[in-house]
Design a binder for this molecule. Structure first.
Ligand SMILES: Cc1ncc(COP(=O)(O)O)c(C=O)c1O
Length: 410
C-alpha cells in the first residue's frame, strides 16, 4: 500500500484503487476524453470503452449488457431501484389512489432506510422493516409473513456493511418466484450487493433478483461509479430527468474513466475472488480468535459463521468507540466505529441496535475490515496496540461512562 507506515483496516469503507485499474483509466481523462454520447471519433472511442466495460460486467453477473445501468455508485443505484419501481407503479393509471407496500430489513444502509422513511412520511408507500435478530440475519418466514396483497418490492442487502452478516438472498429469490406465480401484482426483488460482491457469488439468475446495486470503490475500483442491474421486463422509471443515456434510465454524461475502471476492477475480481477471500478469511479468523481470547469483555457482533470473510465487528465494554478510533488513528491504524457515512454522528449505530445491543454496547463498537493488501504482521500490530489502548481507556473512561449511563437510566 502507498503509505507503508500506516495500517489500513477499513476496507468496508473504501478500498485503494488497484494499480492496474488506475493504469487502465488514465487515458480516458486526457487522451480518449470524448463524451460517449458524441457522434465523432472521440465520442465513439469513449463509447467503445464503455461498451467493453459493460460486456465484462454483464458477464460477471450473468446478465445481458442492456441490463447494466451505470450510476454514480450504490447510493444512487439504491435510490433508483426503490424510487424507480415506485414511480413506474404510480404512473400506471390502474394504480391511482393505491399505496404500495415495500419490505426491507431493519439494518440496511442509510441510503435505503432514509429513502423508505421518506416514502412512508410522504404517504407514498407502506414500509415493513424485517427484524434481523442477534445473529444479524433475516428469517425467510418473516419475509413470507410480511407479504401483503399490495406488496410491490422487497429490498434486502446481501451483506451488512457494519457487521458483515450475510442474508439468504437466493432463498428469498426462490420464495418470491413461487409467490409471484399466483399474484396479480408482481413483487420485485432488489438486493444491495455492495459489500458482498468482493466475496460471494453475484450471479443474478442464481440469486433470483430483479435489481442489484454495487459500487466500484469497494472492489479496488474508483469512487463515484457503480451499477444497477435491472432485469429485462422490470417495470421501472427514471428518477432523474435529462438526456437519454443508459437506455433512458439514468440521465447524465457517462463517467467514461470511472466505468472503464469499474470494468477492469470486475475483470480482476473475477480472476482473484476465491484466492483473496481465502487469505482474508484466514487473517480475519486469526484476528477474531486472538481478540476474544486475549481481551476481556470483548464480544463479536453478528453471526460468527455467516459473515463476510473480511469483517470483524467487536463491542468492548466501558469504552467509547470514537475514543478507541482516535487513539488507534494516533498510532497510524485506521478502523471504523460503524459505517463511514454515519461516522459524523454520535447516535449509536442503528445496525447494532437492530441486533439487540444496548446503547452502551453499541457505543463501544469497532469495525475492523481487511482487504487484499492486508498482511498478518499488520493484524498482529493492531492487536498489540488495541490491547494497550483499551487498558488505558478503560481505566479512564470506565467509571465516567458507567456514571453517564446510570444517570440516563440506560
Ligand atoms: C451496503 C452499502 N450500500 C451502499 C453504500 C453506498 O455506496 P456508495 O459509496 O457507492 O454510494 C455503501 C457504502 O458504504 C454500502 O456499504
Amino acid at each position: 500500500m502507498a503509505n507503508a507506515k500506516k495500517i489500513y483496516l477499513d476496507y468496508a469503507a473504501t478500498t485503494p484503487t488497484d494499480r492496474e485499474v488506475l493504469k487502465t483509466m488514465l487515458p480516458y481523462f486526457n487522451i480518449e476524453f470524448g463524451n460517449a454520447s458524441s457522434l465523432h471519433s472521440f465520442g465513439r472511442n469513449a463509447m467503445d470503452a464503455v461498451a467493453e466495460a459493460r460486456k465484462k460486467i454483464a458477464r460477471f453477473f450473468d446478465a445481458k449488457e442492456d441490463e447494466i445501468i451505470f450510476t454514480s455508485g450504490a447510493t444512487e443505484s439504491n435510490n433508483l431501484a426503490i424510487k424507480g419501481i415506485l414511480r413506474a407503479y404510480q404512473k400506471n393509471t390502474k394504480n391511482i389512489g393505491k399505496i404500495p407496500h415495500i419490505i426491507t430489513t431493519a439494518f440496511e444502509h442509510s441510503c435505503i432506510l432514509k429513502t423508505c422513511q421518506k416514502l412512508e412520511e410522504e404517504g407514498s408507500a407502506e414500509i415493513t422493516y424485517l427484524p434481523v435478530y442477534s445473529n444479524g440475519i433475516v428469517k425467510i418466514k418473516d419475509a413470507q409473513n410480511a407479504i401483503k396483497e399490495n406488496t410491490l418490492l422487497i429490498s434486502a442487502m446481501y451483506a451488512n456493511n457494519e457487521i458483515g452478516t450475510v442474508q439468504p438472498i437466493a432463498k428469498i429469490g426462490k420464495l418470491l418466484k413461487n409467490v409471484n406465480k399466483n399474484r396479480q401484482q408482481k413483487i420485485f426483488f432488489h438486493t444491495d450487493a455492495t459489500q458482498a460482491i468482493a466475496y460471494f457469488d453475484c450471479d443474478v439468475k442464481k440469486l433470483g433478483v430483479d435489481l442489484l446495486s454495487m459500487s466500484a470503490h469497494k472492489i479496488y475500483g474508483p469512487k463515484g461509479v457503480g451499477i444497477l442491474y435491472v432485469k429485462k421486463g422490470t417495470k421501472i422509471t427514471r428518477i432523474q430527468d435529462g438526456g437519454d443515456q443508459e437506455f433512458s434510465l439514468r440521465a447524465g454524461t457517462l463517467n467514461t474513466a470511472g466505468i472503464v475502471g469499474l470494468g477492469k476492477a470486475i475483470e480482476i475480481l473475477q480472476k482473484t475472488k476465491g484466492r483473496d477471500a481465502k487469505k482474508v478469511n484466514d487473517l480475519r479468523d486469526y484476528l477474531i480468535k486472538k481478540i476474544l481470547k486475549e481481551i476481556p469483555a470483548a464480544r463479536l457482533n453478528g453471526s460468527r459463521i455467516k459473515r463476510l470473510p473480511n469483517n470483524a465487528n467487536f463491542s468492548f465494554s466501558n469504552v467509547e468507540g470514537e475514543s478507541l478510533l482516535l487513539y488507534l488513528d494516533a498510532e497510524g491504524i485506521a478502523c471504523s466505529t460503524g459505517s463511514a457515512c454515519s461516522s459524523g454522528s454520535l447516535d449509536p449505530s442503528h445496525v447494532l441496535l437492530a441486533i439487540g445491543l444496548k446503547p452502551e454496547q453499541a457505543h463501544g463498537s469497532l469495525r475492523v475490515s481487511l482487504g487484499k493488501y492486508t498482511v498478518k504482521k499488520e493484524v498482529a500490530i493492531f492487536i498489540t496496540k488495541l490491547k494497550k489502548i483499551l487498558q488505558k481507556l478503560r481505566k479512564v473512561s470506565g467509571k465516567v461512562l458507567q456514571e453517564y449511563y446510570s444517570q440516563k437510566n440506560i
